[in-house]
Every structure is written in C-alpha cells, then in structure tokens.
Design a protein around this ligand. Sequence first.
Ligand code: HEM
Length: 401
Amino acid sequence: MPWGIRLRGDPEVKGLELISRPGIATERCESRLVKRLRSAPSGHVSSTGFTPPRSVLYWLLSLYALVGLMVAVGGITRLTGSGLSMVEWQPLIGAIPPLNAESWQRVFDLYRESPQYQQVNHWMGLEDFKRIFLWEYLHRLLGRSIGLVCFVPWVYFLARGQLRGRWAWTTFGAFVLGGMQGVMGWLMVKSGLVDVPAVSHLRLAAHLSLAFLVGMWLLWIALDLTRPEFIGAARNERSRAAWALLFLLSIQVVYGAFMAGTRAGYMYSTFPTMHGAWVAPGWLELSPAWLNLFENPAAIHMIHRHFAWVVVLAVGAFVAWALPRSSTLEVRRLLWLLLSLVIAQLGLGALTVMSGVQIGIAVSHQVLAYFLVSLLLVLAHRARDPRSTLSVPHGSARSPP
Ligand code: HEM
C-alpha cells in the first residue's frame, strides 16, 4: 500500500490519516509527508494539525534576524554615547529626520537643554551632535521598521487564512512583546534625561532582556513550524538540562547588561585577574550587602567575569553528557557548535576588557550572546525529538542522521 493520507470526518485537525507502506517506518513516512505538505503554498492540515506555509517561516526568521541587528545597533548606539541624543519620543512623525538647517537647530537646541549636554557634552557643536544623533535615529528607525515588518505581513497572513489558531496567537504575542520593548526603550532613555545624564542600568538590562526575549520568541515559533510534530511533545531530561543552562546563561546576559549600564567594563583591563586580584576591591562596600549585587560596579564586574567560567563549565558538562545520548547528526553538530561558541564568548569578553571596551569587540560580544542563547534554544527544542535521544549509553548503535 503506498504511503499517503486519507481524509476523515473532521477536516480541521484530525481529518487526515497516515497510511504507512509496509517496510517503511511510520516516522519516515510521516516526515516525508510533513515535508511535502509543508511546501504547499497556503498552509496545510497534516497529521499534526494546521501548519502555516513556508512564507510564514521566512517571515519569522527575517524578524528574528532583524531583532539581532537591532541588538547590534543598540550596542553601537550606547557605546558611541548616542543613546540620549533624541530627547523627544514621537512614535510616528519621529521617523522623519531633520531635513533642513532649521529643524537640525531645533533638535540640537532641545538636546542642549538635556543634562547630558549640560554636564558632559557641552563642548559639542552641531556637527558633533549630528554624529551621535545618527545612531540613535538608526536605532529607532530600525525599531519602527521591525514593527512594520511584523504587523503588515501578520495582517496579510491572517486575512489569507495562513495564520490561524495557536499560530495567530503566538505571532501576535511577538507583536505585543515588541510594543512593550518600544515603551521600555523610551522609559530607559527618559531615565537619563533627568538630573543624572546616565541611563538606569536596571532599565538597560530590562531593555536588553526584552530584546532577547522577542528574538527567542520568534525563533521558537519558527522552530515549531519546522517541526510541528514536536508541539506538545513531553520534555525529557535533555530538554530540561538545556532549559537549566538557558537559565544560567540568562543570568550572565543580565549581568552583562549591568556591566554595560554601569560602565563597569572599564574598571579592570586585565584577564583573568582584575589587576592581579581575583576578588575586586570594594565589592562589598554598599550596605545592605545584597545591594552590591545590583548597584556596585566592582561586584557586578567581578560576578560577570567569574560567572562566565561557571557557564562555560556547565556547557562543557552538558555537551559531554548529551553527546553520547544524541543520535542525530544535527543535534551532535549543534552541541559541538555550542561548546565552541561559549568558549569564543569567554575569549571575546576577555578581549573586551583588555581593549578598554573597544566598540567593535564589545558589539561582537553582545551579538555572540544573542546567538549563544539562540543556539541553546534550538537545542532545547530539538531535544524533544524522541528520535534524537538514545536511551542507551555511548558506544551503542545509532540511528542514521
Ligand atoms: C558566557 C560568557 C559570557 C556571556 C554570555 C556574556 C554576555 C554579555 C552580554 C549579553 C553583555 C551585554 C552587552 C551590552 O549590553 O552591551 C556583556 C557585556 C560585557 N561583558 Fe560579557 N559575557 C560573557 C563573558 C564575559 C567575560 C569572561 C568577560 C570578561 C571580563 C566579559 C566582559 C564584558 C564586558 C566588559 C561587558 C560590557 C561591555 C560594554 O560596556 O559594552 N564578558 N556580556
């Protein structure tokens, strides 16, 4: 009997039945079927329920990449000291940059009233101002473009019935998170427009974390779309371990943002010790003691650089444990890539401090963190594939990749 599908009563979700050809494993039939149906132009109902078409996958991946680009541009904006150059928040008309001498003078005059200009950049003329304005403008323009690239295709896909049910809601969730990110960005800038001309490092951490969350949300939906058969699959010990690692990595990312927001990266330019010391002088000087965890740059610097070793060791242990338990080539490759990237990230962190936070290195460090979290998320997703897990230890037969 050829493998294929047969229509049953309810065409929505349970309307298709998979027929296996004798001698071919059902999973193989299913994966061929899923592949074939997935390439259909306007979504399909498969044995795993409705799945949107490929165009939705490309849309999600483009959005994920754009959020990564936004993380990089955001890093450059901060590192060039441009983040407080636009003192107005006009979500719609703010997309139009100053186009003549008069409007340039107007935005410059507004900036001259800000604490950053008065306390730090009072030497700046209009030409210097234009340089810092450019990055902040690009950062906000990219934010608006992401909003559009998110919303317009979403409405289109929805209208054509290519997004429905859980896919419509989860993609709408990305839109809501993105909107929250815009508001968070403005709250962050606002915190630097009063009295002290510096952005609150707590708000910066919230802004960066939300950016990572939006990117990971999009990536997760895209991953679900590539393997809809995993949706609702039970977690196993490997996926739980990957989530535990993601938690550790998130702490490190948040401390990275604290490091950036308090400018603690400039404090010690040696590695692995801090000018010969393993414990940063003054790391406990605030009272109560817990305040040092969040407000003391010396403690923040020390935690971020030492916790990196914990992350690297944990990833190393995870990879050593998961490799013999992984039967697919895809997962084994991802595990090796994860180990290489986390070591590279440690190296980039070291270079960041040793270079005195040179912009190119610091931005690469930030972007690599985005990829590292993404990679771990892919592993957490793929770990739920029952076919990629060997229940027997290393040395036993493996199924073909
Ligand atoms: C697994 C290891 C690591 C991860 C995942 C990680 C991640 C991050 C992240 C996400 C940021 C925030 C970037 C930003 O907002 O600009 C950051 C900043 C920073 N990290 Fe790391 N980091 C790691 C290891 C290290 C190490 C070992 C060092 C060396 C001391 C280091 C030094 C720094 C510095 C100096 C900054 C602030 C750079 C700036 O001011 O822009 N990092 N890190």
